[in-house]
Design a protein around this ligand. Sequence first.
Ligand code: CUK
Ligand code: CUA
Length: 682
Amino acid sequence: MTVQDSRQKYTPYLVAALVVVAVLAVVFLIIRNPAEETTAEPTTEAQTGQVALSGDAQAIAEARGLSPDDVVAALKTYVPSGQPDEYVIFSSGGHSGQVLVIGVPSMRLLKVIGVFTPEPWQGWGYGAESTMKVLEEGRVNGRDVLWADTHHPALSETNGDYDGDWLFINDKANARVAVIDLRDFETKQIVKNPIALNDHGGTMVTPNTDWVIEGGQYAAPLGWKYASLDQYAEEYRGMVTFWKFDRESGRILPEESFALELPPYWQDLCDAGKKVSDGWVFCNSFNTEMATGGVEEGNPPFEAGASQRDMDYLHIINLNKAAELVAAGKYEEVNGFKVLPLDVLTAEKVLFFAPEPKSPHGVDVAPNGDYLVVSGKLDPHVTVYSFEKIMQAIEAGPTETDEYGVPILNFDDVVEAQVEVGLGPLHTQFDNQGYAYTSLFLDSAVARWTLGGDYAEKNPDEPWTLVSKIPVNYNIGHLVAAEGDTVDPDGKYLVALNKWAIDRFVNVGPLLPQNFQLIDISQPGTQMQLLYDMPIGLGEPHYAQMIKADKLHAWEVYPEVGWDPHTQSKSPYATMPGEERVERNGNTVEIWMTAVRSHFTPEHIEIKKGDHVIWHITNIERAKDATHGFALPGYNINLSIEPGETVTFEFDAVEDGVFSYYCTEFCSALHLEMTGYLLVQP
Ligand code: CUK
Ligand code: CUA
């Protein structure tokens, strides 16, 4: 059946379904309102007007010019006040260097987590030692880099399914990876890749989060040493890094991590194998031409030079074997970091290539780990590789190699299917009905197509065929379906992460918002429905993951009073009521302070100009909403002290004068009185 046919076939049913839902919606609203009226307090005119209007949903729909589709969409996204969402999206915050937390289906923004960039509300990077330490870990050669091009968040997994414990995200610009603890939604660690300045294929995790993958992008001499572009083939290299994650300490362990030296192709996205392909990792590459640009010297420009060949190489990596070789000491060190050299990879059969249509972008492993979907940006097809066939081809022994000696598998031996999906395919997600969804950048659409093999039992459509497309606005990059990159996708919802939103929102100037579009994918066949547009006022978010909300188990307050969120244990500086004090030791003044609604103790602190100040504040509250802020003007100090937390900061009192410190959260009726004087004597 063609797409056109199936559309015609389903259209009458679709219309009928929409009408039924719309009628139900109206009935629902009518039935619901009398109850509200009976419990209502004496009403004002405005309230009466509201009740009358909402009692007639039809009238509202007409007055607002809403179609039945609009009404259905509104009902599917509306989450009543006071109710939580069913799913939570963790999205890259793009250049902001942060992570966005969004509820689905309401698309309400829940939090912006400070990661690579200071964030004032959370007191992230404004004095609190536990936050300054993490940002300092992100320095590059001793220089602060306080922004990031965040790309791919990765939720931790257990047996290939999200477990709601940890979140990782990479900074493409500076090759850094951050670790966020989902007990308190705070960043605990940033690691700077010691061998590369930029990355792209990260972060992705292996099915039990043993390894966090960070694939490279633009080749350079490892350790970013100098080498002339004339020596590109000899001196420049690609890489993929495997960061060892330790759940116990909640940290990446750099000393147990390692990288692979790869040919100087530009490695792009990666994905970890799962189930049958557990232990393997797959990365795309482009610029296997090894173009070095230089249009000003008469060379082909990068975009042409890097697209001359019809095929690039899918990298197929035996991660378990690589880890064994590292354990056996077969590595070299670059900037103190373990790197398995290319000749070891080829001799020990760790790395294989499979040709892939040129300039690919995403490689996405299907839920059972049996197929890999590669999207060639310049090819209207997705190419589906069979893991079983890859293993057979490796077993049979490839006969060809590239110029670095990496074995190349035969394309026809390892490809299962090619599905024509449309123009500019980038990334693929999966659902629970046997469908795959591929973002089409040039078409500005999402393609829904069928998987074959075991997945074909789940739906009646012909395997490996395009079923339908839904337009999105505009320029879609990634897309995210509910748990759509795990071993057990949920279906239901898909969000298209679109770039510049042309003509979608009120004009806010030449820099356009991004647009997250929520799509209902619960119904089969051609029935995908666009539900909601969510403008994102910072950019550019690349990838996001969507987890069932009930898998998250964050703390409501810190476990005990005096908690240090950086170590997730009791702080040695925890201060209980009655223990508040100021101690002087030479030129160092140490302050132990408590915060509770609505005062800081002590309220007067007298020191001398030139003193070094070490200041600890413990929020002794146990109530969920009893967060206090702390601002010390003139010294760039701003803290968020959540219930139970102990925060430490230090500064040199370089100026004399009167400094009133105060609480920056409206914590009580007497919040404005929650203040004190720091008196610095000349
Ligand atoms: S992404 Cu990084 S260029 Cu398609 Cu994963 Cu946007
Ligand atoms: Cu504490 Cu305001």
